[in-house]
Design a protein around this ligand. Structure first.
Ligand code: ADP
Ligand code: MG
Length: 701
């Protein structure tokens, strides 16, 4: 029986795939059907247009292809060393083919004095070249599959151990192509293929396996990358259009008393141009009648908090409430402090809601929120609990969004009265543009790309761990000038004990080196009240040095701190290093970041340290981070998730294709607002298929 579409055939229809192999393919490579096989592209191609002769072989050749006959078989060794050797001659000399297992299979499969094409890596052993576990094909069959670039499929080791190899994959793929009597369906509208000079999908997929040339291959891969990114963009943009229709937003037309009073009478310094621009962008969103969904990116210290506060004042001027969510209690408290300082005697009631606020005080806040007497709520996760009800919540600000999961954000939708409040997501982890466009394609992005004036760029210095004396001297100098310092130790879950021990030892060491100073110590194992108290002491300037595991990573603001020492800096990622460094350089003084590492550094690590020493620009660092690690690992992306898996496109390398895909997707949507153009039918169908197994991305993020 044949499935309606050959492409839907299960792989078990292939002659040499039984239940076992089918299971291996499914679990190990995600391959269940013929279509899946075709979409499993080779990891590289090997030039098989050339045959080598025995006398040309050298031991540093990666792979060679030869043509000849097996003259005889011979068994050698005993037990586990037992092997079979085929003496292979190409007419110019002898090469030994060696097998360590499947001995019977070898003798059964290969005939003596028959033309074969062999392929493998030559090694020199006792004056003779041998090739272990060569790939062998009959010369006749070889000439059918052709010369030129031949596919090489990466097979997971587990499958290789069970006898599945690249040659077998190639056979299956070519069988599928053989039984396929129609071209693979085109998924993009014909006019696009023509206009963009894309390779048709059928040709592209064939060429991915069997390209005629390197150029042919690169055109094929461009076509498929484009397709992949195009559907992601189409998906995102279509959703955001739907949302525009579905989610009307509160219309905040007034910039009134509170905003102006603050701007003209309370603001202690002029806004930067970037802050002004971003506030204008936010205001434009909030008065548009559509719900705002904006991502505000700004390097650490760029003044996002103030932008948040002023956006909230616009909500208040329109008689709505606002709330800001911070990832930790310390940060929430700091926001409270900052807001109260900024607002001074303005008639605005700001309250703090964290897990620590209990009993009567908690109830009083709940009452105030419901009656509308509380204008601004600052809090942690506590604010998204179901029992927190507002009279009319108009704006939600989420600070340092990467600490909040998608699901938590989704809960916010329920806080408005039928209408979804405006949402401003702030992040200090700059996300490279290509990634932002892919992951947050439906969020509008504002960027504060300017630091408040008077900041001196932080100087970053790399120290090897044996140069302690220099480090102490530098620290002493700064502290004598009245400044404070952070010393940070990495914290990695699996080795928490060791990390605590490091912190403990470091603490003893610093106490000995600076007996006259007061040193705070903070780590994740402390009770949060204890932690806060210790942190408080540092914030108030009672202690000069704060030694901590990465619990201080996010947000604390101590402008007097001018030194950040990061111990074992090799164990931090770039984004984290940059975040930590951002804790200093907040005052007008010259600040320093000291990265302490061991001597032996992997080349990636060396590169990270080098970048940190070269630049303070968070965006540059984020781009580099993505290049080093690939986007999957970037902070901020895990929870957001890319709607479909990327098989072939690479966000770090294919930025231009992302841009093109986005522009084209926009144009396509504009030309087909009802999604019903007949020449788009296949495209919409493809999108529906892709979406089948996915969550409803429209309602979250
Ligand atoms: P972020 O949250 O973006 O890391 P903050 O909002 O904490 O940065 O701002 C860092 C510091 O800069 C704060 O002390 C803030 O008061 C100050 N600041 C913000 N905007 C300005 C400005 N326009 N001019 C001078 N200082 C500013
Ligand atoms: Mg901040």
């Amino acid at each position: 029986m044949i499935a309606k579409n050959v492409l839907d055939n299960p792989v078990t229809y292939l002659s040499n795939v039984g239940e076992t192999r089918a299971r291996l393919l499914r679990d190990g490579m995600g391959i269940s059907t013929y279509a899946d096989l075709l979409m499993q592209f080779p990891s590289k191609h090997i030039d098989r247009s050339r045959f080598y002769y025995t006398h040309e072989l050298t031991s540093d050749m990666p792979y060679v292809q030869m043509r000849g006959q097996i003259l005889s078989f011979e068994e050698e060794g005993f037990g586990r060393k037992r092997r079979i050797i085929g003496h292979f001659s190409d007419g110019h000399g002898i090469v030994d083919l060696v097998w360590f297992n499947g001995l019977q299979y070898v003798e059964r499969s290969y005939k003596l004095l028959t033309e074969y094409v062999i392929f493998g890596k030559p090694t020199l052993f006792r004056d003779r070249f041998n090739i272990t576990h060569p790939e062998i094909e009959s010369a006749e069959r070889f000439s059918r599959s052709g010369l030129g670039l031949r596919p090489y499929y990466s097979i997971p080791e587990k499958l290789q151990k069970r006898g599945i190899n690249t040659r077998m994959m190639e056979q299956w793929v070519s069988t599928v192509f053989r039984v396929l009597h129609e071209p693979l369906p085109e998924t993009l509208p014909e006019y696009l293929v023509r206009e963009l000079r894309l390779m048709p999908r059928d040709e592209a997929i064939r060429a991915m396996h069997y390209p005629q040339s390197a150029e042919h291959l690169s055109r094929a891969s461009f076509r498929l990358k484009f397709e992949e990114l195009f559907f992601i963009q189409l998906n995102i943009l279509r959703y955001s259009r739907e949302r525009n229709r579905r989610y009307a937003g509160y219309k905040f037309t007034r910039v009134g008393e509170l905003f102006n009073d603050f701007y003209y009478h309370h603001l202690p310094f002029p806004l930067t141009e970037a802050q002004k621009r971003v506030i204008r962008e936010i205001h434009a969103d909030m008065k548009s009648g559509r719900q705002m969904n904006r991502l505000l990116q700004g390097d650490v210290g760029s003044g996002k908090t103030l932008v948040a506060l002023m956006s909230m004042l616009i909500a208040l001027d329109n008689n709505y409430q606002a709330c800001i969510m911070a990832p930790t209690e310390i940060l929430a408290e700091q926001h409270l402090e900052t807001f109260r300082q900024f607002l001074g005697d303005m008639p605005i009631r700001v309250e703090l809601l964290t897990g620590m606020v209990k009993g009567k005080r908690r109830q009083a806040i709940f009452d105030g929120l419901l009656s509308g007497e509380v204008h601004i709520l600052i809090g942690t996760h506590a604010v998204i609990e179901d029992n927190v009800q507002f009279r009319n919540l108009g704006l939600v600000v989420i600070d340092e969004q990467h600490r909040f999961g998608v699901a938590q954000r989704a809960k916010l939708w329920n806080k408005g009265q039928g209408v979804v409040p405006h949402v401003l997501v702030m992040t200090a982890t700059p996300i490279p543009r290509t990634l932002a466009m892919t992951v947050y394609g439906d969020l509008d992005v504002s960027v504060i790309d300017e630091l408040p004036p008077g900041r001196k760029p932080i100087q970053t210095i790399h120290h090897y761990e044996n140069r302690l004396e220099d480090l102490y001297r530098g620290l002493r100098q700064q502290i004598d000038l009245g400044r404070q310092a952070y010393i940070v130790y990495p914290l990695i879950k699996e080795s928490e004990k060791i990390d605590l021990k490091n912190l403990e030892e470091g603490y003893q060491q610093f106490c000995r080196a600076f007996p006259d100073l007061r040193i705070s110590k903070v780590h994740g194992k402390m009770k949060s009240a204890e932690k806060d108290a210790e942190m408080e002491r540092f914030v108030r300037g009672e202690t000069q040095i704060l030694m901590a595991t990465t619990v201080i990573e996010v947000g604390v603001n101590v402008p007097n701190a001018s030194v950040m020492v990061i111990e074992n800096a090799e164990r931090f990622g770039l984004a984290q290093l940059h975040q930590l460094r951002g804790r200093v350089g907040r005052g007008a003084e010259q600040s320093y970041c000291i990265l302490v590492t061991g001597f032996k550094l992997a080349s990636d690590t060396r590169r990270r340290i080098q970048i940190m020493c070269e630049t303070n620009d968070g965006f540059e660092i984020a781009e580099e981070d993505m290049r080093l690690r690939g986007p999957g690992d970037l902070e901020g992306t895990q929870q957001s998730g890319i709607p479909f898996d990327l098989h072939i496109a690479n966000l770090a390398r294919d930025g231009q294709v992302v841009q093109l895909a986005r522009d084209v997707a926009k144009r396509v949507l504009e030309s087909d607002p009802q999604c019903d153009r007949p020449d788009h039918a296949m495209m919409w169908q493809t999108l529906r298929d892709l979406n089948k197994s996915n969550v409803d991305w429209s309602a979250i993020s």
